[in-house]
Design a protein around this ligand. Sequence first.
Ligand code: ZN
Ligand code: ZN
Length: 616
Amino acid sequence: MLLRQWKEPLEQLTLQSPKQTTVISSGFPHNSLNQQSFELNYRCICNHLIEFTRGKNLLRGQSFHAHVIKSGLQTIPLICHHLINFYSKVQLPYLSEQIFRETHFKSSTTWSSIISCFTQNELPFNGLEYFKLMLRNDGMFPDDYTFPLATKACAMVNSHCLGQSVHCLATKIGYDVNVYVGSSVVDMYAKCGSLGDARKMFDDMPERNVVSWSGMIYGYAQMGEDREALTLFKGALLQGLAVNDFTFSSVIRVCGNSTFFELGKQMHALCLKLNYDETSFVGSALISMYSKSGMIEGAYQVFDEVSDKNLGMWNAMLIACAQHAHTKNVFELFKKMKNAGMKPNFITFLCMLYACSHAGLVNEGKHYFSTMKEYGIEPGSQHYASMVDLLGRAGKLDEAMKLIEEMPMQPTESVWGALLTGCRIHGNTELAGSVADRVFEVGPVSPGLHVMLSNAYAAAGRYQEAAKARKMLKDRGQKKETGLSWVEEGNRIHTFAAGDRGHEISDEIYRKLEELGEDMERAGYVADMSYVLKEVGDEEKGRMIRYHSERLAIAFALIKFPKERSIRVMKNLRVCGDCHVAIKFISKCVGRVIIVRDNNRFHRFENGECSCGDYW
Ligand code: ZN
Ligand code: ZN
């Protein structure tokens, strides 16, 4: 079998007299050779190598490589370039490196192939090392092909500083005005988060291409400057630029993050029209957009429609299922993905742990946590936070504490936050108090955790310390983020804060809430005042909690939206416990599906129940 695979290309190759092939084995071709036959042989080898590279056929490629060595042609720069490319594509970059080293005559193509090989195999430091070696090599200058490879590697290691020195070099030898080099510099700055530098470069460019536009849009999207990202995208379309899958994925992510669902759907339609809907890049962005907008059905559909799924796409679907508490599907997808030959990564396991934690599946969570090492992945602090969350919610607080002690790195704020949540749910005020002592000893923390810690003191009856902690926060001038909820109506986003009376139909909204309140009380709802932190009378507390931002947004949607349209409300903070109960009652009283996305997860309220099963 192996022999046949090996012989097939060989037969085609030796159509000319085999003797001549042997002559060539002395090395580089000389004039004494039959030039025509050499040309044929040489072109034939290149074509075969290109074919194997494209098909990622390791076995056939390797046997063919053996043949190339025998014929002595492997030192010819172009063949060497194709061999490096071949091993790069089959993800064996160190074999590419070996070929590179064995080549005596290195052309600029040989250099760029090895740099490209390492950047494509996610070894940016090696790529940069070769870029440096190339510069040291006399007479060798980077060109409009090598510069973009170097800037890409800088973006991968997220080093603005390294990138800047590559940019400097390009300017020195006059390549900065080249559209490919300039665009790659824009892209690099944007990916390193240096939007100012990226924009300056972008504005100064004499000519721009899809890479510079996409890089800029990606940069804005990444920094949460949604409006700017969308404006730029519109600009690109107006200029008749042929946008690519990368541009689309950035813009769709903007729609997902800001839950511009209507706009997101329009983007999906545009992708369909331009045939970009089948790429896994766009597919992953669409899945996350549908999922974040609460429309998991849309996510499933996109996932099924894309036939060639990459790891990012599997991960996007796993996250979507986990967020919507489709836990069974998470486990099934994990199996399917392994069967499809996908190797789970760091993110995959985060999804698995997240799903287990939100479904309260302790044993399964432990299983996946220990499986990580089998795949050669060391658990990161996020994985530990997820495990602590899982154990804490299940009431296994001692075990959670033990896990924190075992962490090979400093516990992060999310780890402590997860433990405090567990303490609160299970009323372990003593542990919460001692956690607060320990965390405050280390140094200042973010306002969110600070509030949790001072609440932990209060719950433990240590009021003086609680007051001190609160004062500390005030002195540092840090405020808790204002809770906002918003709802999308056509092209408009309506935003509400707690007790907000600024909306144009405010009176109607409050009337609706009064009405609802009566219906809910009849159905058995009693407000839980413990979620109001300020010290006010009970009647005042009732009023405050009744007008939390998500309730105002829901009331608005109930007034404005047709009955068949589901209600989707987004919130920047966690939904409080009382609102969670209240929305369950609302969904029952009005007989509608209400989807609330808070900063932690999804809640799909239907007929008095929530999809999260009260785990949030
Ligand atoms: Zn609330
Ligand atoms: Zn819920």
